[in-house]
Design a protein around this ligand. Structure first.
Ligand SMILES: [Fe+2]
Ligand SMILES: [Fe+2]
Length: 175
């Protein structure tokens, strides 16, 4: 498998979560309410899986290695945009958590903010994934030898192996 393999497999799971969020958004429009526990689960998925585990591999390994290469202006700009989008995703998720806290505490008007944040995520994230899958990952691959690509793949798997421990250490510390 190429190094981008695990990243693309993760994209597929993220897409399935986005479909669930879309379904929930349609229900919110009809019922004018949301289950705060659904939002908790979506936030945990986004933060632990999409951001820490997935963006973590992109930023801490792939982008770090690309920074050692002489990137074309187009590829450099694309990488900067992807990083900006990761930051945007984090700030949207933070706003979602804040709105969900208000909503859970009885502020029904926070539903609008929750829905806006969820809609933002389902609208921007598929474009981000498509840019990586179809343009950026294939372009990135050209900068690496087979050995370098396989070394990244090994580092990705090592990174993943640490995630479950990091996640449950944070759960333990939070209680
Ligand atoms: Fe990304
Ligand atoms: Fe990605």
């Amino acid at each position: 498998m190429q190094a981008r393999g695990p990243l693309m497999i993760e994209h597929r799971l993220i897409e399935r979560m986005l479909v669930k969020i879309q379904v929930t958004l349609a229900q919110v429009e009809q019922t004018q309410k949301i289950d705060p526990l659904f939002v908790d689960k979506a936030v945990d998925f986004i933060r632990t899986y999409a951001d820490r585990t997935h963006h973590g591999k992109e930023e801490d390994i792939l982008f770090r290695e690309l920074n050692q290469k002489e990137l074309s202006d187009v590829d450099r700009k694309a990488m900067d945009e992807l990083i900006e989008e990761h930051i945007f995703g984090r700030s949207t998720t933070k706003a979602l958590v804040e709105a969900n806290t208000l909503y859970r505490n009885g502020d029904a008007t926070a539903l609008g903010d929750i829905a806006r944040c969820l809609r933002t995520l389902v609208e921007f994230y598929p474009k981000h994934i498509e840019k990586e899958d179809k343009i950026f990952f294939p372009a990135s691959r050209a900068y690496f030898s087979e050995a370098e690509d396989q070394a990244m793949l090994a580092e990705f798997l090592d990174f993943d192996q640490r995630m479950i421990h990091e996640k449950y250490k944070s759960v333990m510390l939070s209680v």
